[in-house]
Design a protein around this ligand. Sequence first.
Ligand code: NI
Length: 195
Amino acid sequence: MILNEKLLTQFDPIDGTIQGYPVVERRLSQLRGVFGDTQAFEEALAEQGDALVYSVTSVEPAEGKGQLHYGIGKIMPGRIGQEYFMTRGHFHEWRIAAEVYIGLNGIGLMLLEDDSGQNVRTLELSANSIIYVPGHTAHRTINIGESPLIYLGIYPADAGHDYGALKERNFSQVVITQHGEPVLLDREIFLASLV
Ligand code: NI
C-alpha cells in the first residue's frame, strides 16, 4: 500500500478524539426510534434539548480488499427513561465482516444479536476488554456508567454499515436499569411494561 500520513494517528483515550480527524456527532433528535420508551424520549428532547448521545471519529487509511478501517466511539453517560445512552447499532453491509472492539475508558456493554434475533449476548466493554464481534452479528454499544464510554473499533475497510435491517424491528432485547443494575429484557416485555 501507499505509505501515507494516515499510518500513524494519535488519540486521547479520555476524551475519545483522534488528532486531526473530525468528530461525527449523534444527537438525541437523530436517534428517534432507537429508544423503546418513546414518551421518555420526547420528554427528554423537550426538557434537556438536543443532547449529544455519542460521537465517532473514523480513520480510513486505505480502501479495498484486505485493508482495515478503525474508529473511536464515545458514548456520553445518560438515560432515556430506564434505557442507557447507546449507539444506534448496525449489521455490516458485507455480512461476513467481523470487527474487534477494544475498551479504553468507562464502563459499558455490547449487545450482540444474530440475523434471526434469537441469539443474543451482552458482553462487558470496559477499559482493558477486547470483544470479537463475529460476522452476521448486529452490534450496539451501551454506556452503563457515570462517565463517557470510550472504545476503539477495527473493521474491514469494505464492511459498510447497514442500519436499515434494524430500523423496523430494532434489537430483540433491551438493556435497562433496574435498582441501579443493568438488566437484559425482551423488548416486547419492556414495551408492555410502559403502557
Ligand atoms: Ni460495526
